[in-house]
Design a protein around this ligand. Structure first.
Ligand code: NDP
Length: 281
């Protein structure tokens, strides 16, 4: 028996599991496709029911792969998708969402994000989000890779009503958002979505994480995830493409870092002392 996955709460009160599954890099290699689909389905069995995808990934084919993985189980899933900035005009956003729905084989996206800021005015993208919401094609909307100045602009435009999250790069080696971005979101009651929570695998050899992992009889990936989830209002979306990895990630839930371990990790990965521009992968 596993510890239940904690939840984060969206403004409005809806609860969503704090540990989901990423899909960047999936659907690139036909030889891996069956394993990727089996992994996503196993992750659903384990309760990791947030699936994060984007029209960018494999040029839309990751959406098709997700559609195959969730076929017959749509109601279990909290489906997150993203519109490319180049498509994020008033009309383009609506069209991108409609393409996404076809590929995903569903009638609704639970959370639709602007992938990063591009040339189209934020207000136009948000207007399109609202239209999609009115039509029931998306349930919630949010942004990704927006730093505080962009979020402030959304507020100034009067376009921040309904924003539910900002999906950003956050892990022990990317603590810049703790300075101002995480407080901005927390101050408004918005959960944070952490992408690349294990730094795309680059964290796996880190000695400080390895030392803590040894104390827990856990793996480095699990300690990185436990660290990201520790605050309680962060939703992490590690990407795994094997059953072993997805199970390991699931079992990061329930690992509790001690104060001494948190302090040790603070020494290895110092928190920001000043504003750092938001980093992007
Ligand atoms: P992650 O930090 O999730 O790392 C993924 C890598 O770690 C893969 O190589 C995976 O290998 C490996 N891995 C996963 N679990 C384990 C484990 N338990 N032990 C060892 N290795 C493991 O990086 P991502 O960049 O994929 O980020 C996660 C998701 O966030 C993306 O897939 C995407 O959905 C989203 N994202 C969003 C961005 C945005 O701009 N909004 C930008 C980047 C990511 P394997 O595949 O072999 O299991």
């Amino acid at each position: 028996t596993r510890t239940e996955i904690p939840t984060v709460t969206l403004p409005g009160g809806e609860k969503v599991v704090a540990l989901g599954q990423g899909t960047w890099g999936m659907a690139e290699d036909p030889a891996r496709r069956a394993d990727e689909i089996a992994t996503l389905r196993h992750g659903l069995d384990l309760g990791m029911t947030v699936i994060d995808t984007a029209e960018m990934y494999a040029d839309g084919d990751a959406q098709t792969l997700v559609g195959e993985a969730i076929a017959g189980r749509r109601d279990e899933v909290f489906l997150v998708d993203k519109v490319l900035p180049g498509d994020a005009s008033r009309r383009g956003t609506v069209e991108a969402a409609e393409r996404a729905l076809r590929r995903l084989g569903t009638d609704r996206i639970d959370l639709y994000l602007l992938h990063w800021r591009g040339r189209h005015p934020l207000a136009d993208t948000v207007e399109a989000f609202r239209e999609l919401q009115d039509q029931g094609k998306i349930r919630h909307w949010g942004v990704s890779n927006l730093d505080v100045d962009d979020l402030d602009e959304l507020v100034e435009l009067g376009a921040s009503d309904g924003l539910v999250t900002d999906q950003v790069l956050y892990n022990p080696t990317r603590r810049g958002p703790e300075w101002d971005l995480l407080p901005w979101l927390r101050g408004r009651g918005l959960p944070i979505m952490a992408y690349s929570p294990i730094e795309q695998g680059r964290l796996l050899g880190h000695p400080a994480l390895a030392a803590v992992a040894a104390e827990h009889d856990a793996t480095v990936a699990q300690i990185a995830l436990a660290w990201v989830l520790d605050a309680g209002d962060v939703l992490a979306i590690p990407k795994a493409s094997s059953l072993d990895h997805v199970e390991e990630n699931r079992d990061a839930v329930g690992l509790r870092l001690t104060d001494a371990q948190r302090a040790e990790l603070d020494r290895a990965f110092p928190p920001p002392q000043r504003k750092q521009a938001l980093e992007i992968l």
